[in-house]
Ligand binder design. Structure first.
Ligand SMILES: NC(=O)c1ccc[n+]([C@@H]2O[C@H](COP(=O)([O-])OP(=O)(O)OC[C@H]3O[C@@H](n4cnc5c(N)ncnc54)[C@H](O)[C@@H]3O)[C@@H](O)[C@H]2O)c1
Length: 251
């Protein structure tokens, strides 16, 4: 059996997820890109070094699908060394305009999905007495804007969840940490809630407001995920690394 690590990335067809896939693949790992949009995961796999990745269709919010997809991965590869719990959706509406359905769906993808995937890989990693889980949080875990209450609530939950399972899984050799990206150049940044492109002037203004003077390239987030999942981060557990060009330290 190959000694290459197997890295599962949810939301692997998106901006940050596909950059994570590329970064892990370049580091020599095999990557499984899971996305609700299979075509997006397949397009991301096509950009990887040949043979280093596979795509799987998965809605992380559906328990039976998580069970089946992860069982399939273990059956095919025999191991899961790293889980990047990265799938997430935005919800940028004022409180009064936020439906209970929008609340439920955002919570289901950003929090329940993370829980279902972590719960599913934990026994696999426990049996191997090793593993790393990297949860994608956000600068909204700490600070916020008006009109994104649901999203901010989910990202706060991601950190609380990360801390608790980090303590629970650490005795089994599994390290759990989070990344809090600042504004990053992906579809989530460029498109509104309905998938329509936001005006370039608005995007440029947002970028100028970041102390570094620009938004993150998804590869700048991905590199930190590779670090957190590596032995270089062997003493890190329950931590959250903020990668935001200074966004959250400016007064
Ligand atoms: N882009 C940013 O500015 C930013 C900042 C902070 C945190 N984040 C977080 O980073 C993560 C990745 O976001 P991104 O910017 O790459 O966004 P993106 O929209 O480019 O990618 C998200 C991917 O997740 C997939 N997805 C959506 N719902 C899913 C589900 N139920 N099951 C499986 N896959 C699903 C989408 O199809 C898409 O491919 C998210 O958790 C997001 O909250 C993004």
């Amino acid at each position: 059996m190959s000694n290459e690590r197997v890295v599962v990335i949810t939301g692997g067809g998106g901006g940050i997820g596909s950059a994570m896939a590329a970064a892990f693949a370049i580091a020599g790992d095999r990557v499984v890109l899971c996305d609700i949009v299979l075509g997006a995961a397949e397009r991301a796999v096509a950009e990887l070094p040949s043979g280093s990745g596979v795509a799987r269709q998965l809605d992380v919010a559906i328990e039976a699908d998580v069970e089946a997809v992860f069982d399939g991965i273990v059956a095919e590869f025999g191991r899961i060394d790293v889980l990047c719990n990265n799938a997430g959706i935005g919800c940028w509406t004022e409180l009064d305009a936020t439906s209970a359905e929008a609340w439920d769906r955002t919570m289901a993808v950003n929090v329940r999905g993370m829980f279902l995937c972590a719960r599913k890989v934990a026994p696999v990693m426990r049996a191997a007495k090793a593993g790393a889980i990297v949860n994608t949080a956000s600068v909204h875990s700490f600070l916020s804007w008006p009109s994104c209450s649901v999203y901010a609530a989910t990202k706060g939950a991601v950190l609380a969840f990360t801390r608790s399972i980090a303590l629970e899984l650490l005795p089994h050799g599994i390290r759990v940490n989070a990344i809090a990206p600042g504004t990053t150049d992906t579809a989530m940044f460029r498109l509104d809630d309905h998938g329509a492109p936001l005006p370039e002037a608005e995007l440029a203004e947002e970028a100028r407001a970041i102390p570094l003077g620009r938004v993150a390239d998804p590869r700048e987030i991905a590199r930190v995920a590779v670090f957190l999942a590596s032995d270089a981060a062997s003493f890190m557990a329950g931590a959250c690394v903020t990668v935001d060009g200074g966004q959250t330290v400016r007064l």
